[in-house]
Design a binder for this molecule. Structure first.
Ligand code: HEC
Length: 470
């Protein structure tokens, strides 16, 4: 058997296992922003539009949020928690500091909106005249969720071949799975979106694309659909899924093609930027699919929405991968003794003049804060992202409104603080233990990592003028 190529090795190493945890408390802010000119009387009719525009996308029947916040009684029932979450800037979830850098699709409330909700709750959350409230529209639900809102109905849908049965045993499950497909011909992919069948159950998903050369595999549908990642080595799992070509060699793999986290919008760029060639015979390799603990038996069958492009990708989107398992070492090496808070850094020189499109910071449970910026040869600072209160549940890919020019010779600097004390609400151990970067190729939930992904195209003059709004 041929050894898997480098893409596969990296993927095995990446088999990512973020954990599930409780909502972390203890965010310092609990002050209502001081805003002048608020009305004395605030009713649900005044605040409902804020919930429509910023919450119901997740907080609706079947959404990613734990309960709906659509109707008056639904919000009333949760009014106190809503106030706390909104004033503490926990909800809507948007970890990036908007005072540092700005991105597309920001989920943030203005100080006035926060103060209005706080006053409404303080006044006893009165209903007021709700007769003029328009019903929730599909636009509200899709508001910032990417995919269909931008591109219309998908050109093709690829389903997981089977339903997955999740036992109600209150355990996390990490599965490796495949969704095979046969298309009418080779074509080009403009956008792809993973849609969980059961949003309550699916916690996250990291997907790659497997492309078979014409004639290399007779039956892409053979093999298992789901393999338990915890009890199977990745390479054995890939064999169980029958991912190899018929002659035992490994097909071409495009890692990190599509990811899902609650609230993550897939970056879909305007025509001409990005895109992939997609083979007639292939599969989406789901590596891994994390199901959170369920108290009762339930099921999931997820799918992928695809949007094709008539044109080949003209300006391929490339990736810089800093940190753990990537192209730049973490300094000091990632090892944190118990009861300590430590700062780790990694930096990488950019390969030439680049236009940065999307960035994705990644830490696990012990993350406390994250900072990334580029330093030009003339020592100008180009701000990338600052996250003051790391929350491992919201690991967004952040897309800039327009491509961000980073001149050749610049260096990207990343700095992350990790908190391995009891004060960290996501601390998985009591008492805390020594935590380090993954040693073997199979990552454990509680391994730590510091990673930073930068999607870019080679710079061309005028890139600054391109709107990245899909
Ligand atoms: C991107 C999806 C998303 C958006 C947008 C969103 N939420 Fe949430 N919300 C969630 C999820 C998921 C949870 C459960 C988090 C957990 O418990 O780990 C949650 C939890 C909550 C909770 C319960 C917290 C607790 O600890 O009990 C409240 C209250 C809440 N959200 C209010 C809001 C409000 C108000 C808005 C809009 C201003 C909003 N959310 C926007 C996804 C979202």
């Amino acid at each position: 058997m041929k050894r898997p190529g480098s893409g596969w090795t990296a993927l095995v190493a990446l088999a990512l296992a973020a954990a599930c945890g409780d909502a972390g408390g203890g965010r310092p802010t609990d002050e209502v922003p001081a805003v002048s000119g608020l009305p004395d009387k605030v009713t649900f009719a005044d605040v409902a539009p804020i919930f429509r525009a910023n919450c119901v996308e997740c907080h609706r029947q079947g959404g990613a949020g734990p309960f709906p916040l659509v109707g008056y009684t639904e919000v009333l029932r949760k009014a106190k928690t809503v106030r706390k979450m909104v004033v503490g800037r926990w909800m809507p979830p948007w970890p990036a500091d908007t005072a540092y850098s700005r991105f597309l699709g920001e989920r943030v409330l203005s100080p006035r909106q926060i103060a209005l909700i706080a006053r409404w709750v303080d006044l006893g959350a009165p209903a007021g005249d709700t007769s003029a409230l328009r019903p929730v529209s599909p636009e509200d639900l899709r508001a910032k969720s990417g995919g269909q809102a931008y591109l219309g109905e998908p050109d093709a849908v690829v389903w997981m071949p089977d339903t997955f049965h999740i036992p109600g045993d209150n355990r996390d499950r990490f599965m490796i799975a495949k969704a095979p497909f046969v298309l009418p011909g080779d074509t080009f992919l403009r956008g792809i979106e993973f849609v969980p069948g059961n949003r309550r159950a699916v916690h996250h998903m990291n997907g790659a694309m497997v492309s078979y050369a014409e004639g290399a595999k007779q039956d892409v549908f053979s093999g298992s659909a789901y393999v338990d990642a915890d009890s199977t080595k990745s390479l054995d799992a890939y064999a169980d899924l029958h991912l190899q070509n018929d002659d035992g060699t490994w097909p071409v793999l495009t890692p990190n093609l599509v990811n899902y986290l609650p609230g993550l919008s897939p970056p879909i760029y305007p025509p001409g930027l990005g895109g992939y060639r997609i083979a007639r015979h292939g599969a989406f390799l789901v590596n891994t699919l994390h199901y959170g603990p369920a108290m009762t038996d339930t099921t999931d069958r997820s799918h992928f929405n695809l949007w094709f492009s008539p044109e080949p990708p003209r300006r391929p989107v490339k990736e810089l991968f800093l940190g753990t398992l990537g192209s730049s070492p973490v300094e000091p090496p990632l090892l944190i003794p118990p009861d300590t808070v430590m700062t780790f850094r990694t930096n990488l020189r950019v390969p030439g003049d680049i236009s940065v499109l999307t960035i994705n910071p990644h830490l696990h449970l012990l993350g406390k804060s994250f900072l990334a910026y580029a330093l030009t040869p003339s020592l100008d600072t180009i701000r990338l992202v600052r996250i003051r209160d790391w929350d491992f549940r919201w690991q967004y890919a952040y897309t800039f409104p327009t491509p961000l020019h980073v001149p050749g010779g610049s260096t990207i600097h990343v700095e992350a603080v990790l908190d391995n004390t009891r004060n960290n609400p996501n601390q998985p151990y009591d008492p805390p233990r020594t935590v380090r970067a993954p040693q073997g190729r199979h990552m454990r939930t509680t391994d730590e990592m510091l990673q930073f992904f930068v999607n870019y195209v080679d710079y061309r003059p005028g890139d600054e003028e391109i709107s990245l709004e899909p």
